[in-house]
Design a protein around this ligand. Structure first.
Ligand code: KG4
Ligand code: ZN
Length: 361
């Protein structure tokens, strides 16, 4: 395989992002540029992402963001080996914008297109900064997803568990909102928690000791909302710290189960653990998982903070890894609002059925 230089495009939520990444023949990865345009101000008055506003903002921003990514990379369009665009899962209007942009570049430049699963992008995000071989155990924790997956290679994922209600980032965001914190809630809650006592409030510990690797955050969310309404100004930081500790504790407890299950058929040298997604930016979450990994003898990997939240470098790398295997997509590739990584597990144990066991993820 020769070196591959790929333009990545990401528009599945409220970041308009483009990046150029080079995957060398020896497996080395170089991020030549990574540009992320935020829409925070457009959504802030609504306390969350408004899909229609996001889609329109992507249309307005994508040309300039991609041009900037190409300019910063300094390679010229002629050096590209392919274009990778997020094709789902995500807010469909936004996904269509980025995917259409990717298709237009592919058509105009005669380049192969890779329609990338956004979750596969998060899965490879830690590989942007460090060499991490397959297989690895992945905890994917973002605003829309909370899953434990065994990743054996490109596109080869087995889901070990997922949330039965809210995603971890969603829980951070909603609890932050009930504490009166601005959107996006996760980072704001972490800042408030810094001056609080994580042991101050006794919060529900959902699924504790229950077999399997699924997650649940709705009980915590309800309890925290009730406390937020009554706790008074002086205790807000304590509540934020207690919530953060409760989320970190549940993530670590369920990951412990996944590690124990995976260790049965993985030799010690192959016990690699990766945490990715926006919530992986949280210091308390990272620390709890790092402690767990060192206790059980797993290596611990997390992307640099810039690659935890949505970005296009991870999409470019996922695309380059597919391209290296000859996996490309036709210009008719559809945009998909839902697109599970482990299709078999999703069909057998759906997480988006309506009702009590129905995750929105
Ligand atoms: O991966 P991401 O950018 O988008 C999705 O694919 O969902 O993740 C965004 C999520 C949001 O819920 C945000 O509140 C959360 O990640 N997040 C954090 C932190 N930074 C981002 N949650 C807790 N602490 C943080 N420092
Ligand atoms: Zn994401």
């Amino acid at each position: 395989m020769s070196d591959l230089t790929v333009l990545g495009v990401e528009t599945s939520c409220d970041e308009t992002a483009a990046a150029v990444v080079r995957l060398s023949a020896d497996g080395g990865v170089t991020v030549l540029s990574s540009v992320v345009g935020l829409q925070t101000e457009a959504h802030a008055p609504f306390g969350g992402v408004v899909p229609e506003i996001a889609a329109r903002a992507h249309v307005e921003a994508i040309d300039a963001i991609a041009a900037e990514a190409m300019a910063r990379a300094g390679t010229g369009w002629g050096a590209l080996s392919g274009v990778a665009a997020t094709a789902g899962p995500g807010l469909i209007g936004g996904v269509m914008v980025g995917l259409s942009f990717g298709k237009a570049v592919a058509l105009a430049r005669g380049l192969p297109l890779v329609a990338v699963n956004h979750l596969e992008g998060h899965a490879v995000s830690a590989r942007l900064a460090a060499r991490i071989d397959y297989p690895f155990l992945l905890l994917l924790v973002s605003g829309g997803h909370c899953q434990l997956l065994r990743v054996d290679g490109v596109g080869a994922c087995t889901r070990l568990g997922s949330t039965i209600d809210d995603a971890a980032g969603e829980a951070f965001d909603k609890i932050a909102k009930s504490l009166g914190l601005p959107y996006p809630g996760g980072p704001a809650l972490e800042r408030l928690a810094a001056s609080g006592d994580p042991g101050a409030f006794d919060l529900p510990r959902a699924l504790l000791g229950r077999p399997g690797c699924d997650f649940s955050f709705s009980g915590l969310k309800t309890a925290a909302a009730r406390l937020a309404a009554t706790c008074g100004e002086a205790s807000r930081a304590d509540l934020a710290a207690s919530v953060q500790a409760a989320i970190a504790r549940q993530l670590a407890e369920r990951t412990r189960r996944a590690m124990t299950a995976c260790a049965q058929d993985l030799p010690p040298g192959e016990r690699r653990f990766v945490v990715a997604g926006g919530v992986a930016a949280n210091g308390a979450v990272r620390a709890a998982l790092q402690d767990l990994a060192s206790e059980l003898g797993w290596s611990f990997h997390a992307p640099p903070l810039a690659y935890c939240t949505d970005n296009a470098a991870m999409i470019a790398l996922a695309g380059a890894e597919r391209l290296a295997l000859g996996l490309t997509d036709p210009l008719s590739a559809p945009a998909r609002p839902r697109w599970p990584l482990d299709l078999a597990a999703a069909a057998e144990r759906p997480t988006h059925i309506p009702g009590r066991k129905g995750a929105k993820a």
